[in-house]
Design a protein around this ligand. Structure first.
Ligand code: DOR
Length: 443
């Protein structure tokens, strides 16, 4: 009798660690169990991926979902629904909720809330603060926790670790990689008067200028080296930081965002106003080009969305009272596939940035590549599909994307999580089956 499987995906071009291979994949108990020519009728469920490309499931290591707290913007159900519509199989959610995620009880509360409601697999960051610095080494190892997030500059919410002494306390506590929002809060405060009385939103990158980012990243790297701690620098926006980071790859990994790779000042502020307002800001073309150069030179380790929803009403407040952040969890994959179609990066590099990269940075167990024994997570894409990104397609409770009306080439056709097809042809199906992501024990 031939082998039986729970699920078979067949007929597609599969992007394996060795490159593209025409193969079927057999799945048993949520794990990849076989490659080769398989009989789809030997499985309870099958997906025909003929003419499609099967990628390892894309992982978004930076989203803000607002639950508990201002759930009128987003919650764990709506946020993860947007994620699967956009081809994301697992995501890490940020601690600047209300209350902030700074305790064991807060992490456990988020896991409870996500269970039965999350469409993707998930993990939660614990937020660093001067109050919990010494406990972080314990908190970062809780099941369902992906590690520590430290805000060195004030952004949405109250979490902040601004001065060197407290940054050092955080870096000394624990051993996993510390994820950092790197803007120098002292300089932000000094320069706040530039915009305090009201200003055009195009002043946002003047207030939160290059020096604000560079100074913070230099301080962070010096302290990380001194205290022998690895760091992950989020949403890097400047040419200058990329040069510095390239010289510190032994301790630092780097994330960039599709927003910073796709949009540039001043055009984005003229066209989108406060919809383009985020921290750290979207800067001019010199920086955007430098981010691409760093990406293609291998300095960048992963791409996240920094999905940071605020309602259109909130965004309509006069700057600087308008909140910072763009939605993004649903648009990352289409935007980056479009960049592939336009020749800015290869499909192999996309997989490295969206799957293998997050797995390597965070020590994720059994995700991030298509290999025997790994979770059967697949982002199935049609590289030549022509679509238009629209607000109507966006599942976020806020209902908008800065990329509304943009034509793209390349689209996620199905999202498959541990052998379950949860999105197919822009429709959500099955049920929210998300579970906590697991991490390598020794990290
Ligand atoms: O623009 C941003 N929005 N940057 C952040 O660091 C936080 C985020 C949010 O949560 O709104």
């Amino acid at each position: 009798m031939s082998e039986t499987f729970d699920f078979i995906i067949h007929g597609g071009t599969v992007i394996t660690p060795g490159g593209p291979v025409e193969t079927d994949i057999g799945v048993r108990a949520g794990k990849i169990a076989a490659f080769g020519k398989l009989n789809p009728s030997a499985a309870a469920h099958a997906y025909d991926a003929s003419h499609l490309t099967v990628l390892p499931g894309c992982i978004d290591e930076q989203v803000h979902f607002r639950e508990p707290g201002p759930t009128h913007k987003e919650d764990l159900e709506t946020g993860t629904r947007g994620a699967i519509l956009g081809g994301i199989v697992a995501l890490f959610e940020m601690p600047n909720t209300d209350p902030a995620t700074t305790t064991q009880a807060a992490i456990e509360d988020k896991i409870d809330r996500a269970t039965g409601r999350a469409w993707t697999d998930f993990a939660f960051y614990v937020g660093a603060s001067p109050e919990n610095a010494e406990e972080l080494g314990t908190l970062e190892r809780l099941p369902g926790c992906c590690g520590v997030k430290m805000f060195m500059g004030s952004s949405t919410g109250t979490l902040l670790v601004a001065d060197d002494e407290n940054v050092a306390r955080v870096l000394r506590s624990g051993s996993r990689r510390v994820t950092v929002h790197s803007e120098d809060d002292m300089r932000l405060t000094e320069r706040a008067e530039l915009v305090a009385g009201g200003a055009d939103v195009s002043m946002h990158p003047e207030w939160r200028d290059v020096e604000t980012a560079v100074r913070s990243t230099q301080r962070l790297l010096a302290l990380a080296r001194k205290h022998h701690r690895r760091v992950h620098v989020l949403h890097v926006t400047t040419a200058e930081e990329m040069d510095i980071l390239a010289a510190n790859k032994d301790i630092a990994t780097v994330e960039v965002l599709p927003q910073h790779l796709t949009l540039a000042a001043p055009e984005c502020y003229e066209r989108l106003g406060t919809l383009a307002q985020m921290n750290p800001p979207i800067r001019d073309g010199r920086h955007r080009d430098a981010l691409w150069a760093a990406l293609n030179a291998g300095v960048v380790d992963c791409i996240g969305s920094d999905h940071a929803p605020h309602t259109l009403e909130e965004k309509a407040r006069p700057y600087p009272r308008s909140p910072s952040g763009l939605t993004g969890v649903q648009t990352t994959v289409p935007l980056m596939l479009n960049h592939i179609a336009q020749g800015r990066l290869t499909l192999q590099r996309f997989v490295d940035l969206m799957s293998a990269g997050p797995a390597r940075i965070f020590g994720i167990a059994n995700k991030g590549r298509i290999a025997l024994g790994y979770d059967a997570d697949f982002t199935v894409v049609e590289l030549a599909a022509k679509r238009t990104i629209t607000n109507k397609w966006i599942a976020s409770r806020t209902g908008w994307t800065a990329f509304d009306g943009m034509d793209v080439t390349g689209w996620p056709m199905a999202t498959i999580i541990r052998g379950h097809v949860v999105m197919r042809d822009d429709e959500v199906q099955d049920k929210p089956l998300g579970i906590p992501v697991r991490f390598q024990e020794t990290l």
